[in-house]
Design a protein around this ligand. Structure first.
Ligand SMILES: Cc1ncc(COP(=O)(O)O)c(C=O)c1O
Length: 394
């Protein structure tokens, strides 16, 4: 195990420490003192451009959260492809709740599919049975930094003529065969909330290769206003709608999901650190795998090549083992959370979409799973605490 700082108080292991570095804060102060323009403007454009460079995609639209990114993506894709109300979207039984509510809010129908316990994406063998004549989209989540098996999903989607959308909100920098996730479907989303690999405090991004789709993302982000489009496109709409003042010309139904210059300034600065943060998270994950190795027979070990670790997950085979470690962590003051929404079919807002008992792997995650924090502050001292707890208990 590498040699790290051992001065850390052993009773505290938060999900996320103070991820904003002094550089970030100082930059923010300097920016505030230097500008009078705080609403979406050039810093937002700069962050989008730099994110495109890092993510290796053509277009990126910065919004105020990952949830907004999911909603705009679903709404725009539905409009662009003329997908009718009531069409079905395949979704995993374990993901973040607003990923699914974006389906419901756009008057589409989520069809839940159980997950697998290795990469926590779909149970690939159960996907085909979930397809009906109404299925149009598969909404993939790359959960907790683990890339889903894109090769299988692409083959499945092509066979069934489905649109792939990717939620990468927890998986910045995860790759499948060397390509970053978020580049395999029609569009992909990211969250920059506090606990994520890169944070703008609150924020999200929608990425695509399709210019027309990106135009819809930009319109919907900002009320549907035509002036959000590139200036080169303005004249066309002025000519088309001479009876409406171009300043307030609404081309589509929109929201106000814009983000601010302040958040974009943070994003540009954080992006400089992102590869380092991801390396540290992945190094921690490798150490974590060593720490849990002695009890690997008790666990479903979550792992896939190309991952960009979001957290340190435990998925036990029995409830009893989970409770033992869970209780010890609580006593030691180590923060923990369920694995995202757990079995979503147990959540009151999704009960009507199926019986939670029909999703046995999601049940295992729900009943026997939890995670603790991983970030650039997790070090060998914490890993030693964890290893000690595991040795004591098992
Ligand atoms: C998989 C997934 N999708 C979407 C979101 C929503 O992101 P946000 O919290 O920025 O709204 C999250 C949040 O963590 C998430 O984990």
């Amino acid at each position: 195990m590498p040699c790290y700082n051992t001065q850390m108080p052993s009773s505290i292991w938060k999900l996320q420490d103070n991820i904003l570095e002094n550089d970030d804060k100082e930059l923010l102060i300097r920016f505030i003192q230097s500008t009078d323009r705080f609403t979406q403007f050039e810093k937002v454009k700069l962050f989008e451009k730099e994110w495109c460079g890092w993510q290796k995609c053509r277009y990126s639209t910065f919004v105020n959260s990952g949830s907004s990114a999911d909603l705009v993506m679903l709404d725009a894709v539905k409009e662009y492809y003329g997908i009718p109300d009531g069409a079905e979207v395949l979704v995993p039984a374990v993901t973040w709740t607003t990923n699914i509510t974006s389906v419901v809010q756009t008057r589409l129908v989520p069809v839940f599919v159980d997950i697998n316990l290795t990469d926590l994406s779909f149970d690939y063998d159960k996907l085909q049975k979930a397809v009906t004549s109404k299925t149009r989209i598969i909404l993939v989540t790359h959960l907790i930094g683990v890339p889903a098996d894109i090769a299988l999903l692409k083959e499945f989607a092509e066979h069934n003529k489905l649109i792939i959308l990717e939620d990468c909100c927890e998986s910045h920098g995860a790759t499948f065969k060397g390509t970053k996730v978020g580049n395999f479907g029609v569009a992909g989303t990211f969250s920059f909330y506090w606990g994520h690999h890169l944070t703008t405090v609150e924020g999200g991004m929608i990425c695509t290769e399709n210019e027309e789709l990106n135009d819809l993302f930009m319109l919907k982000r900002s009320h549907g206003l035509a002036r959000e489009l590139a200036p080169s496109k303005h004249q066309k709409y002025k000519d088309m709608y001479p009876g409406v003042d171009f300043n307030f010309l609404f081309l589509t139904h929109g929201y106000n999901f814009r983000n601010t210059e302040l958040h974009a300034v943070l994003g540009v600065e954080q992006l400089k650190h992102l590869d380092r943060y991801i390396d540290t998270r992945n190094r921690n994950y490798r150490e974590f795998l060593k720490v849990i190795n002695p009890i690997s027979d008790k666990l479903h070990v979550v792992m896939r090549e190309g991952m960009s670790s979001f957290c340190l997950p435990f998925v036990f085979k029995t409830r009893n083992d989970k409770d033992r470690l869970h209780n010890a962590l609580v006593e030691a003051g180590i923060e923990h959370r369920p694995i995202i929404g757990g079995n979503l079919l147990r959540q009151p807002c999704f009960e009507r979409y199926g019986n939670f008992r029909d999703f046995p792997s999601a049940e295992i995650v729900h009943l026997n799973g939890f995670y603790i924090g991983n970030n650039q502050f997790v070090d060998g001292a914490r890993m030693q605490i964890l290893a000690g707890l595991i040795t004591d208990i098992f």
